[in-house]
Design a protein around this ligand. Sequence first.
Ligand SMILES: [Ca+2]
Length: 173
Amino acid sequence: MSTLNKGIEKAEVTLKWDPSPVGEPDNDLDLIAATYEADTLAGKPVYLVHFDSRSPDGTITLNRDSRTGQGFGSDEVMTLELERLAERYTRVVVGVAIQQGGGRKTFGEVPHTEVQIREGYTDLVQDDFASVAPSTAAVVAVFARDADGEWRLQKGLRGFDADPNTFTALMGT
Ligand SMILES: [Ca+2]
């Protein structure tokens, strides 16, 4: 009977933002996905996907990354083939972190930041980070399996005051 309640099979996350003014440190935002097993200790992902880390089974892919936000269209793009994830993975948390190399930088200081999550042509999430303007990183969505094992989306941005590395340890909590 679960065919009537089919979950999300494949999702695409796109992120865009504006570059910093000439002479100022680059605006470098990173899309990050963290994958968890049901019995994982809170906050400890089994693996991470970001500009410097791939998923071991190729189910979550960062198709495009940017260190500056320059250029047209999306700056970072990530594809999550949720229906291909092994059953033991029960949760995937998607977040965005701002590189802090040039000093502390918040979402409020990066113009025209926008994240979208789509399944096919259906918009699941669209957000401009206004609600987390004082934060330096944010969870943007959580995909979690329901009782039937189907993937469901839990919406809602959650801001963190952490650098990207620290954020990866916090985003599952
Ligand atoms: Ca980046």
